[in-house]
Design a protein around this ligand. Sequence first.
Ligand code: UDP
Ligand code: MG
Length: 316
Amino acid sequence: MKKVSIVIPAYNEEGNIKAFLERIQNTMIDSYEYEVIFVNDGSSDNTYQELKNASLTYSWVGFISLSRNFGHQYALKAGLDSCTGDCLVTLDADLQHPPELISKLVEYWESGIDIVYTIRQEDKNLGFIKRKTSKLFYKILNLLGGIELEEGSADFRLIDKKVVTLFKQNIKEYHLFMRGMVSWVGYSQVAVSYKPEKRFAGSSKYSMKKMIRFAVEGLTSFSTLPLKFAVYLGAIVSCLSFLYCLYVLYGYLFTSKNVEGWTSMMMSILVLSGFQLLSIGLLGVYIGKIFFEVKGRPSYIIDEFHKPNYDKNTEL
Ligand code: UDP
Ligand code: MG
């Protein structure tokens, strides 16, 4: 019997675990074996206890507890590294990704597709700002090149075991932008669109800070175009500055104008220093990435791992 692994990152999702498991149990098909692995990403609420109870109640449920909050992408990687199925489905704990879709993803997989990813239809429940910034993010990402991602891609997808193995063995990046990497690896891919639901319990765990970090991660993971952009802009500004210098020199040598020109001087200082700061910042972002990659630190640390299908009589 083929085994479907399901990995769910959970950060402070105490109110969602029970409902999630009920929903997922209803979608299970008899002809498959299932393993459900939650990744407790350093939750500070009762998520750990809920997961422990769940793993005692259902033999097919296991969970990984990370040593602190590492972030969604790293929680996903932790789950991926520990799963043992013939394919892996990842989805959010908050039921925004309907578990009923899993059987459809599995159907596509059975027809020979290696990666079945999902595209979120426009979500009316989402706030205006989140919708617009998300749109803008995918626009810029595709503009920068290096990778093509459809708008509304989420970390709700099925990947075949061979892709899982590739990730386990060969993708060693410290900075992880999962949906970019999955698109990048190639193989046969198919998109399935779905209607996102309302978050079941709790509120979004993606704070503004986390969203910005995620966006910077995504934009600088696949393209060095921002760095080149700084070079091009630098070249253009230098040319213009040179022309302006000629003009200034001409004024000094051949006319009697004196202190005039304060406005233009201030403007050029402001524009140039703004641009310089931007370029330096950009360099910083990439150098910062190199810094962490070179260190070769693990991208997550597991505190506990309760494997699914464990013997119920052994002490946890
Ligand atoms: N998540 C996580 N670690 C974090 C933030 C989020 O594991 O630091 C999980 C969260 O529990 C959820 C998924 O990632 O299962 C997506 O997060 P959320 O639903 O809050 O994001 P949104 O849907 O609002 O973008
Ligand atoms: Mg959500």
